[in-house]
Design a protein. Sequence first.
Length: 181
Amino acid sequence: MSDNHHPAADDEAHTGPIKTPKQLMLAVLFAFVIPISVIIGIVSYVTSGTETAAGLYTERAITARIEKVGRIEFASADRAPQTGEEVFKAQCSTCHGAGLLGAPKFADAAAWAPRIKTGYEALLNSAIKGKNAMTPQGGGSFDALEIGRAVVYMANAAGAKFEEPKAPAAAAPAASASAAK
């Protein structure tokens, strides 16, 4: 039998593209490190918009998720109605004091004149339902009587002669008097 083994030919046939340690390091880098880094970057990008798991279970976060949509608040029934000046200072002065968003400034007769000509009822309706940039005031911290008083206060400061609305007579005593008959 003949020996067909040629050592030089076997060495050339079994060698790969990596011949130096530098090429080996580059191959490891491209085959392992870079794909892992890309995967970590993608996962980080995808999860960056969500809260951390620790933030999901705080008492504040849980309360915010299960909080009711609406809320009912009861005001004290025995509270005395506010004056027009008090309501103006608490609710209206921010915009009407500086003339923000087209609101007529307090005591500016020229700005208030066309509005005063429409009458008290139109001004009250605009205040309660809202107009242009002014949000509706009805159902807020003040009732319609108090909003009406603020309207009269502002309009009269600009030259109107509106009479301040009076609190309605208590309906309870009238009802009990008719029941007693």
